[in-house]
Design a protein around this ligand. Sequence first.
Ligand SMILES: C[S@@+](CC[C@H](N)C(=O)[O-])C[C@H]1O[C@@H](n2cnc3c(N)ncnc32)[C@H](O)[C@@H]1O
Length: 284
Amino acid sequence: MNSTSNHSHQREFELGDREFRFLASFLSRETGIILSDHKRQMVCGRLVKRLRALGIQDFTEYCAMLDGPKASAEIEHLVNAITTNITNFFREPHHFEHLRRQVLEPFAAASPRRRRLRIWSAGCSSGQEPYSIAMMIAETLKPADAWDALVLATDIDTNMLTRGANGVYTAEDAAQIPETYRKRFVRRIPSDPTHIQMGDELRRLIRFKRLNLHEQWPMKGPFDAIFCRNVAIYFDKPTQKKLFNRYCDMLSIGGMLYLGHAESLIGMNDRFEVSDKTVYRRIR
Ligand SMILES: C[S@@+](CC[C@H](N)C(=O)[O-])C[C@H]1O[C@@H](n2cnc3c(N)ncnc32)[C@H](O)[C@@H]1O
C-alpha cells in the first residue's frame, strides 16, 4: 500500500486507545498473539479492508460486534487479517541440513521395522516450510513409498492453509529452492509461466490442517521433529514456556525442536538439550 492511501485510511478509520486495548486483549485470549502499542497502526491498516467488507463505520462498532453473538463467526477473519505470514522455502537453511543429518539419515539407516516418521510444521503459513521438509524427506528416504512418512502442517490462518494445500507459488518464490530440488519436485503450469506447482510426490507427504496452538491439540504424536519457527516470537514468555513444554510431550525421546533465529529455549525447559543453533533435542 502506498503512503497516500495509507494516510487516507488512517484518517477514515481511527483506532482509539480503548478499541486497540480491546482488540489486543481479545487476540491474546484467543490466540496467544501479543499486540504491543507500537503495532497499533499496523493493526489499523490490516483491519480496514475487513471493516469495509462488513460495511462497518468505525472500530467502536467492530469491537461491539466482537463482544456479541457474532464474535465466533468473526474470529477467523480477524485472525487471518492480523497474523504475520512471512515465510520462504528453505528459510534458515542450516535447519534443513540438520534435519537431514540428525533425523532423516539415522532414520533411513535404522532397522527396517522402524518405518514411521512424523514431522510437524506448527505455524506453517503458506506452506513453504512443510514443502521444504517434504523435499528433504523425498530426497533422503528412497524409495519414498516404502516409508510411512508424513508432515503435519498446521496454522491458525485459513487463507494460508488454502495456499499451502494448493501448492501454487510464484516463479520468484520458487527461485529460493535449490536448483536440483526445483528440477525434481517443481512442475511448470503451461497456462501460466509466472507460477509453478509443487509435484504430487511432495503433496502426498503433507497434510494441511487448521490448528490454533493456544487451544487443545487433537494429535497424539509422537513426532520425530517439530518445526515451530518464527511463531512463538508473537507470544509472551509464559505462553512460550507452556507451548515448548507441550511440544516436548509431543516429541519422542531424542526428537528435535526447531525454533526461529530470534527464539530460544535456554532457561525455559530442562527437558531439552541444545543440539545446534536454535535446534533442541528432547532428552526426558
Ligand atoms: C511468520 S509465520 C512463520 C512461518 C514459518 N514457520 C517460517 O518460519 O517461515 C508465523 C505463522 O504463525 C501463525 N500463528 C500465529 N499464531 C498462531 C496460533 N495461535 N496458532 C497457530 N498458528 C499461529 C501465523 O498465522 C503465521 O502463519
